[in-house]
Design a protein around this ligand. Sequence first.
Ligand code: PLP
Length: 282
Amino acid sequence: EKVIVNGELIERKDAVMDIEDRGYQFGDGIYEVIRVYNGKMYTAEEHLKRLYESAEKIGLKIHYQKDEIKSHAARLIDENMLETGIIYMQFSRGIAPRQHAFPLKDVACSYIAYTREMPRPEASLDKGVKTLLVEDIRWLRCDIKSLNLLGNILAKQKAAESDCYEAIQHRGEIVTEGSSSNVFIVKDGTVMTHPATNLILNGITRQVIQKVCAENAVPFVEKEFTVEQLLAADEVFLGSTTSEVMPIIQVDKTVIGEGVPGSMTRKLQELFSQHIQKECTL
Ligand code: PLP
């Protein structure tokens, strides 16, 4: 099993991290997760664009070109013979004596990447999943794909303890997003999701869903909706790189619709699968 550490392809067992790496100490860094289907990266350009945007937002300089990172990822897929799975990549502000302010000298960022096999979640995609409502206690820059995930972790843990697949977070009355996904409702044939503000991560899956809706004349609006609207929706689903278009059949104790994935969700799953096919056929 090979991994990338600071641009070098090495054996995983040889990878070491300094105890004063700022990613490790402060969560001072950013990351991306890219899906791999048929040994090919899915929406890699979009993920890498967001990676550089996240870096820019926290004043982190990535001293690698996009194409370098892409070719590292392609080499990892090759070497590890990955067919279906993910690439995880993270960049921290580097190694320096611990102090909160940025390192004074021009300290290079730390860059690691690895692959993991991960099948498509077929059973859940077919049957749908249960979710738990959790108050969104995160900071006000959720648009940054930051390594700091404590709020997300605590939300997901609550969901896991209730045997739920995902936590649906809300700030007061307004539904924001999942702990690691975006949330969508369908009402009278219109798909609705929280606008891409500082309060959510603008998911790449969200962007693909938006695109296929536009291409197929499916009404799609970016608009805040309430917990009440969520519970009264015809259909609810979530979107993420690892979970794709995942039907939600229950929120807390409330069964959504008929308690089975709805027709719009099924249609969007089909359009999403077609998009994967288009990008990642052999
Ligand atoms: N929102 C949060 C908080 C996430 O962590 C993620 C992804 O992990 C998403 C949304 C979905 O983003 P994407 O579709 O790019 O995976």
